[in-house]
Structure formats: structure tokens, C-alpha cells
Design a protein around this ligand. Structure first.
Ligand SMILES: [Zn+2]
Length: 90
């Protein structure tokens, strides 16, 4: 897994993330500090969600599986009977 690297906007050296202030699941402030001793800039970067590349396994099919897994044995049998009945009506 790649770790997000920040770049100092003043000298372009690598900057370390000191603190993350998550404002929302899709928005965070990253408090950064430049690693260049001669620069020493401290700054805040905004990191925000842009778009989906691969959908979450917890939506769509994944969510259905999660619900099925949460059912007890009797409810699972009832759900299967309902699904088979719905399939026959097609
Ligand atoms: Zn710098």
C-alpha cells in the first residue's frame, strides 16, 4: 500500500503529516511540516474525496450479502423461499 506523501509548497521537499483533522468522511485537513531543515514550513493541506474508481463491496451485492449473513437460520430459509417464489414468477 502506498502512503500519501505531501510536498512542501515552498521548497518542494517531502513534508510529514503531523496531524489529521477529519471534518467529514470525505474531507480532512492535514497538518504538515516540511522536512527540509532550511525551510521548516508548517502548513495545512485539504484532502477531499474526488470520485470512485472501484465500487465498495458494502454497497449493492455486498450489502445484500451482509443482510443475508445477519439473518438467523429460519429467516434465511424464509428469504430463500421468497426468492425462489419470485424467480418462478418471472
Ligand atoms: Zn519546505
Amino acid at each position: 500500500m502506498r502512503i500519501m506523501k505531501m510536498t512542501c509548497p515552498a521548497c518542494l521537499a517531502e513534508a510529514k503529516i503531523r496531524k489529521t483533522n477529519r471534518k467529514h468522511p470525505q474531507l480532512a485537513d492535514m497538518y504538515c511540516h516540511c522536512t527540509n531543515m532550511e525551510c521548516g514550513l508548517s502548513f495545512v493541506m485539504n484532502v477531499s474525496f474526488s470520485h470512485t474508481i472501484s465500487p465498495s463491496a458494502l454497497t449493492g451485492q455486498g450489502r445484500i450479502k451482509e443482510l443475508i449473513d445477519a439473518l438467523g437460520e429460519n429467516d434465511r430459509k424464509k428469504a430463500l423461499a421468497l426468492l425462489l417464489e419470485a424467480e418462478e414468477k418471472r
